[in-house]
Each structure stands twice: as C-alpha cells, then as structure tokens.
Design a protein around this ligand. Structure first.
Ligand code: TYD
Ligand code: MG
Length: 449
C-alpha cells in the first residue's frame, strides 16, 4: 500500500484538483473545494476477461409495459408514467419539505399492492419512522426498516428479502467502507450512488434516494449525483405553505420539467386534482399588478398568477426582486418596457412574484409579466377574465408559442373568456374564448388603460 494522499474536490461539480483553489475551474463557483483523503495503493486497471457481447437493437424489447404505479398519481406523472424497474431515482429537497413522508407513503402504497420494500434510514431511528407511519396509517409486514449507515450490508439483505423497491434516506448519511472519506463527502456520495446503481440494475429493483439540498439549490455536495442517476426529482415550495411541487429535472425514462402537485395534510401528502385552480385561488381580481399566464410545464398547461408591485425607489439603485422566476427575465422585460414602450421604471423598485410557490420556467409567461408590471405602474387592474401567453423578444416583438390549444382549453375550463396571444399561432379552431392576436408589446398595453 502506498501513502495516503490529499485531493480537493468541488462539491458543486466534482472537479478534482491537487491543491485547494478558491474558485473552481470546473463550474466557477467560489469556496466549493473540499479536502478529501485518498488512501494509498491505487487499483491498477485489470485486463478485461471474456467477450463483450453486442445485441441488435431490434432484439431488445421495450420495457414500457413494465412500469408500475407508486400509488400516487402525481408522483407517477413526474416519473414519466410510473416507476421503472431497475431505475435509480434521486428525490431532492430542503430538509422538512416532505421527502421521507413521500417515500414512506410510497412504501405503504407498494406494500398494500403486495410488493416488498426495504426502507434504509441513516438519519432516523426505527422508533421515529414508526411514529411517522402510524400518523400516515401505514402498517405492513412487507416494509422492512433498516436503521444503518453502512451500505455494505445492503446487497446481502436485498438478496434475502428480494424487495421490489429500495429506499435510502438519505444519501448524505450513508457510507461504504470501501472508501475512507466520511459520509457526505463527494467521494462517498459518488461511491455509494454507484453501488446503489449496481444494485438497481442487477435484478431490476428500483432504488429511491432522498437527498438534501443546499441553500444554493444544488443537491448538497455534488451535482455529480445528478449525472449518475436515472431520474432527478426536486421537491419545490416552501415549508410554510401546504402545497408541494414535484418537478423532474432529469428523466431518462420520460419528459423533464414535468410537475406534480401535492398538499401536505395531517395525514401526509395528498394529490391535488386541478393545479391551475389551486394556483389561482385567492386571486384578488380588482387589484392592480396581477395577471394570469397560461404556462406549460412538462406535459400539461398550468395557469398561474403573476403579481407585480412597482413603487417609487428610495435607493440610488432601484430594486428588482423576483420569486418563482428567473431574475434575468425580469431585467429583460423591464428593459424592453422602458425602451420600446417608454414606461419609466428606472426610478422604481419592481417586485415580482408567482403566487403559490411554483417556479415558472416557460418563456411564454413574459407577456403576463409585462402586463402585471404595467398594471402596477399605472395602478390599473388587468381585465380579470383575460389570460396572457407569449414570449417577449428584445425588440418588443411577441414570439410564437407552442401547444397553444392545450393552454387555451385550460383557460376555457377555468372560466376565462379572453386570451392575448402571439399572432399567427396555430390553435385548431378552438372556440369558447375570444382570442386577441398581438405582434408587439405595446399592443398589450392597450388592455391596461
Ligand atoms: P419530512 O418528510 O421528514 O421531510 P424531509 O424528509 O424532506 O426532511 O417532514 C415533513 C414535514 O411535514 C415535517 O415538518 C412534518 C410535516 N408532516 C405533516 O404536516 N403531516 C404529516 O402527515 C407528516 C408525516 C409530516
Ligand atoms: Mg427526512
């Protein structure tokens, strides 16, 4: 055995360096390098033995039919239509958001359907898990609890119990004796994830990993984990609200950016039937600064309320604050409104918020954002029966948007009677709603007089 060595690994992207660096050359984040000890005596690569076998594509059967339900429709939806056997799913989120609750409920549902589940917890005692399951009304002899941090025991147990699903809560608390770093370090996370991947692929068992998220939003420690697993689902929303959003940001077996909506109740997480209705509930239609956008998240339309507050600025630099949107989009829309429409926002603070805690990524929300800002600026309400769809370009043009028909249908279902949309958008002759086509952003301002 050689001497132990020290290396430095970026907790954000996994970049490795021989010495500590203030700024990671891999992902340019600051202060993210962590020291790790590499035990001496490297593994020399072995010559492979045996033959590599290649299989014709046509000989491989599709596994689509093999999916099975988690018992929660919204979780199935973000997984791409159910749980895929042999997949490794990472469920990330802030502490206390409901990861353990969701995984335990899933275990309960699967057990009720006759499946066996191993629930390995490195952070909670068996007693604590029992208390939670009593609260959730789960009691089964098919759920096997393990209170252990050493993953090396797991393969044998899996061999014995042959569970359909293995839950590891959380990836930050487990370790393998094969590497000497402490739990939670990049090396351990990587090694443990690789082992769990192997376990999943070997006999087609599904592994769910819970992972804590850092303040910055990355799964604590490494983004590298995201690259290693099949599916990454984030729990969004804040603990103060009861609604929780599940969002798939990576899925080897389905579309990404699919969202599911759940509600935290006294008896665990419950599905919410109509997300748009939830997000629009409590909307004050008479106030200025509020506009409804028909965004499209994953495979379904989602109507949400954009709220803007424009106030005279008391600072030398006006404030621009957003929640539920990318900050850069606010800056862009404010700039376009100033330059193309002559709306003087340079002496104003602008606050922007998506009601309900959802994060909107769809660029077609731009038009509604612009409408909300102008509405607050002029202190004139937006007509309450109107929705806005369209991306704003830098020259103030309104750019075409996809899947217009589904968006409009959702608006009709929720009782809206007018839609402001980009010109020349295909909508298959949908009726039941007045459609106003606009080419440039100043045409939108006419609705807010
Ligand atoms: P938990 O699932 O432990 O979150 P995580 O594993 O992501 O850290 O905790 C969820 C929170 O929800 C916790 O503060 C207690 C609360 N809760 C309920 O409101 N209702 C319930 O039925 C349960 C089980 C928890
Ligand atoms: Mg937990």
């Amino acid at each position: 055995m050689g001497k132990d060595k020290v290396k430095y690994v970026c907790t954000e992207c996994g970049y490795e360096a021989a010495r500590w660096l203030g700024k990671c050359p891999g992902c340019e984040s600051w202060n993210s390098m962590e020291e790790e000890i590499v035990p001496g005596g490297r593994n020399k690569g072995k010559e492979p033995t045996g033959h590599l076998r290649a299989i014709p594509l046509s000989a491989i059967t599709s596994e689509e039919a093999a999916r099975f339900s988690s018992g929660l429709g919204e979780l199935d939806r973000v997984l791409g239509g159910g749980i895929v056997p042999g997949s490794l799913v990472l469920l990330g989120g802030d502490p206390g958001i409901g990861k353990s609750t969701l995984l335990l409920q899933t275990a309960g549902n699967l057990a009720r359907g006759g499946e066996r589940v191993i629930y390995l917890s490195g952070e909670e005692s068996l007693h604590q898990i029992k208390m939670r399951s009593s609260r959730l009304g789960i009691n089964s002899n098919r759920i096997f609890l393990v209170n252990e941090q050493n993953l090396d025991y797991l393969p044998k147990l899996v061999e014995e119990l042959k569970p359909r699903v293995i839950i590891v809560d959380s990836i930050q608390t487990v370790y393998t004796g094969q590497v000497s770093s402490i739990p939670g370090t990049v090396t351990q996370l990587r090694e443990c994830t690789a082992r769990l991947m192997e376990l999943a692929k070997k006999d087609g068992r599904t592994v769910f990993l819970a992972g804590h998220v850092t303040k910055e939003g990355a799964i604590a420690g490494p983004r590298v984990l995201e690259h290693m697993v099949d599916t990454v689902i984030y729990f969004e929303g804040d603990k103060e609200h009861t609604y929780r959003i599940l969002r798939s940001i990576k899925n080897r077996f389905g579309s990404t950016n699919e969202i599911g909506l759940l509600e935290m109740s006294g008896q665990g997480l419950r599905e919410v039937g109509n997300p748009s209705r939830v997000f629009l509930a409590g909307r004050n239609q008479k106030n200025s600064g509020s506009a409804v956008v028909a965004s499209f998240e994953g495979t379904r339309p989602l109507l949400v309320e954009v709220q803007a507050l424009v106030t005279p600025s008391g600072y030398s630099y006006p404030r621009r604050m957003v929640s539920g949107l990318d900050q850069n989009r606010l800056a862009l829309i404010v700039a376009v409104l100033e330059k193309r429409c002559g709306i003087g926002l340079s002496n104003c603070d602008v606050y922007l918020k998506i009601a309900g805690g959802v994060f909107v990524r769809d660029p077609s929300a731009d038009l509604g954002i612009a409408a909300a800002i102008v509405s607050s600026f002029r202190d004139t309400p937006v007509p309450p029966d109107t929705i806005f769809v369209g991306e704003v370009g830098l020259s103030g043009e309104i750019r075409a948007t996809t899947v217009m028909e589904a968006r409009l249908r959702e608006a009709v279902n929720l009782g809206f009677s007018r839609a402001v949309i980009p010109a020349n958008t295909a909508r298959n002759g949908l009726t039941g709603i007045d459609v106003v086509e606009v080419h440039t952003i100043d045409e939108v301002l006419e609705f807010i007089q």
